[in-house]
Design a protein around this ligand. Structure first.
Ligand SMILES: Nc1nc2c(ncn2[C@@H]2O[C@H](COP(=O)(O)OP(=O)(O)OP(=O)(O)O)[C@@H](O)[C@H]2O)c(=O)[nH]1
Ligand SMILES: [Mg+2]
Length: 328
């Protein structure tokens, strides 16, 4: 027991011990954890109590019907796409969110640190991607809303800690998804049983690859995988390969940026329109304005596969970085 605990701790501990039913215990234990100052000397105590809280929440589950209405779980969509960080405790999900966005989630070596999701905005190639940090999947108590949040993602970033049996962590996370009928997009053709399922692109993020010495661990991790998962080794702490991670997210989302220009004007390269890769000119027009789908006659395009300012037809397939001048 750390010696430097404040008097509030002992008062809260007393209240916790007096609590009778599981719901009350959960509340008072949360209060108790809140009184512990955060420093190295209290890490073990906080970890122990969080574990206890996780167990208690399982016991109190039937009373916790209100979870769905908890506003912390109700995160509005922002930006062009949404990527959700998912994985076991301590993998570094919160550290990654903090390193890639302006968000400031709690990062701690104590397990089960995050209890609610935290969003942040990640800029990549001038495109805003919403990144959401989530509570770990290896707790006893999992909010049903966690899987709703996962289903709402355009991309799933499964984070594993390279320094702590990453293969087992990946398996655990994928098994949990499978139980919830959430599968990798590439398995879409595997099922024809009529059961409702969700398919999502997955990128495996092997975190804590802090230096060259960890590269071999990543290679071993990859060699032991039963599938050729899209994966990338990064370090939230040292910033290693984080730029590559941003680009990998952009690529796995299968999106492209299109720039609109008015005749005789320069396009605004800071505000791209984001579209699914392979979209056509008429789809782009419809995204600009619902009227434009019908009104569009032709367009001039600068970019890939055309000569500068080439007139193209409605079915013309656009490419990342194309500049388009619509003729309505
Ligand atoms: N060496 C190293 N440590 C890291 C790295 N990223 C995170 N950590 C440490 O790992 C611990 C856990 O990080 P968190 O970001 O809190 O992990 P989490 O996945 O959010 O954990 P939960 O919220 O419990 O699910 C902290 O002590 C971090 O400082 C990294 O790239 N390298
Ligand atoms: Mg966390």
């Amino acid at each position: 027991m750390p010696t430097n605990l404040p008097p509030q701790y002992f008062e809260a501990e007393k209240r916790y011990k007096e609590a009778k039913d599981p719901g009350e215990k959960v509340e008072r234990l949360e209060e108790l954890i809140g009184t512990i100052p955060k420093h190295k000397g209290t890490d073990h105590l906080r970890a122990d109590l969080r574990r206890k809280l996780s167990k208690l929440k399982t016991a109190a589950q039937p009373r916790k019907k209100g979870a769905r209405r908890d506003p912390a779980w109700n995160i509005p969509r922002e930006g062009a796409r949404r990527a959700v960080l998912l994985g076991c405790s301590n993998a570094g999900k919160s550290a990654l969110l903090a390193a890639l966005t302006n968000a400031d989630p709690e990062v701690s070596e104590a397990p089960f640190t995050s209890w609610t999701p935290t969003p942040g905005m990640m800029l990549v190639e001038n495109v805003q991607i919403q990144l959401i940090d989530t509570p770990s999947v290896d707790r006893d108590y999992l909010e049903p809303t966690l899987m709703d949040l996962v289903r709402s993602a355009d991309l799933l970033l499964v984070v594993v800690d390279l320094s702590a049996d990453p293969n087992q962590q990946l398996e655990r996370t994928l098994n949990l998804l499978e139980e919830q009928r959430i599968h990798p997009l590439r398995w879409k053709d595997r099922f024809d049983d009529g059961v409702r399922r969700n398919f999502l692109p997955i990128l495996v993020v092997a975190n804590k690859c802090d230096g060259a010495a960890d590269d071999e661990t990543f290679q071993i991790f990859r060699r032991l995988l039963d599938e050729d998962w899209n994966s990338i080794a990064v370090s939230a702490r040292s910033g290693r390969e984080l730029e590559q991670l941003r680009i990998a997210v952009f690529e796995r989302l299968e999106i492209m940026r299109i720039f609109s220009r008015a005749p005789g004007r320069e396009p605004d390269f800071n505000t791209p329109f984001v579209m699914r890769k392979g979209s056509t000119l008429q789809e782009f027009a419809a995204q600009l304005h619902h009227d434009f789908y019908d009104k569009l006659r032709t367009a001039r395009v600068w970019g890939t596969g055309v000569y500068d300012g080439q007139l193209v037809a409605r079915e013309h397939v656009l490419h990342d970085g194309d500049i388009v001048e619509l003729r309505i």
